[in-house]
Design a protein around this ligand. Structure first.
Ligand code: ZN
Length: 296
């Protein structure tokens, strides 16, 4: 590892912090940069969106997406929140397992995998290409509402052609797990210190996760925004990945308001690594303030 880093590779992408007595580890899964499609934000012009990307230090005409999961050590267990693209993503992704190992955790030590919602970049890492589970000793927890929507054949049949692919992915990932998967409700403490928060809109059943220990709380906010450097500043903007635009915006504001009011540490799946910080409210919207990097 040291030789590799000396030869020009980056340091491993994991970052630990504490929430009360719980250890949380931010895990980098990768970055994708591609041309930003016209209409990526249907309720703003291509120029306005380019301006917002440039104002946040990113390429004006590109879509820059970063992916970051969390591992949580609580009550003697290792819980992984979202799994990345696993062996199925494009180059630049699929780094989660390497970074988990660099943090000293082998896949067999993960005793629970918590899924926030059923989009490919969150679920494909559940299994390997050979069909075997990536985390062989893990119980899989999914939002009940998400399961009810995506695993319903009537919903699949009624979906527009472009949306059918994701229904297929859900069957590929979860088909064998119907008997064993744990479906958690909103507002349920389904693991010690982990409580789900309704975050629907981006998908019908998306859940944020409150992580609480010894009087401290943080929140994993999943995909209430795509890149928060753009969408926290422009909370009214929809992204083409948001299935119910109106509900997406209502959820985003409710959760950002909660984070600002409670001064909660938040982690975004699509923020720049280590993807964790705080939300403040200002006259035009909100600002995402990265948390200070602590070396200890
Ligand atoms: Zn995502």
């Amino acid at each position: 590892m040291v030789d590799r880093i000396a030869a020009g590779a980056q340091a491993p992408g994991f970052y630990r912090f504490k929430v009360g007595e719980i250890e949380v580890i931010a895990l980098h899964e990768g970055v994708l940069v591609r041309d930003r499609p016209t209409g990526f934000v249907p309720n703003a012009t291509h120029e306005e969106v380019g301006e917002a990307y440039a104002a946040a230090g990113m390429a004006r005409d590109k879509l820059t997406i970063t992916f970051n999961a969390l591992a949580v050590r609580t009550a003697g267990r290792v819980v992984l929140i979202d799994t990345g693209l696993g062996e199925f993503g494009p180059p630049g992704t699929g780094q989660l397992l390497g970074n988990l190992a660099a943090a000293g955790i082998q896949p067999g030590e993960v005793s629970a995998v918590v899924i926030s919602h059923f989009h490919a970049d969150h679920i494909l890492g559940v299994n390997r290409k050979d069909g075997q589970p990536t985390f062989p000793n893990a119980e899989i927890f999914v939002p009940a509402k998400e399961w009810d929507f995506w695993m319903d054949d009537a919903q699949m049949d009624a979906a527009p052609e472009a949306a059918k692919e994701n229904f297929g992915l859900c069957r590929q990932v979860f088909g064998k797990l119907a008997e064993t998967v744990r479906r958690y409700a909103w507002d349920e403490e389904f693991l010690p210190g982990l409580t789900s928060v309704r975050a629907n809109g981006h998908t019908p059943g998306m859940s944020a996760i409150r992580i609480t220990s010894a009087g401290e709380t943080m929140m994993f906010v999943a995909d209430i925004t795509n890149n928060p450097l753009v969408f926290v500043r422009h909370p009214e903007w929809q992204a083409m990945f948001d299935m119910d635009p109106v509900e997406t915006i209502a959820t985003r504001k409710r959760i950002l308001d909660m984070a600002a009011a409670e001064k909660l540490r938040v982690s975004f799946y699509h923020a720049p690594f280590p993807a964790t910080g705080y939300i403040v409210k200002n006259s035009s919207g909100y600002e995402f303030l990265p948390a200070l990097w602590h070396a200890d």
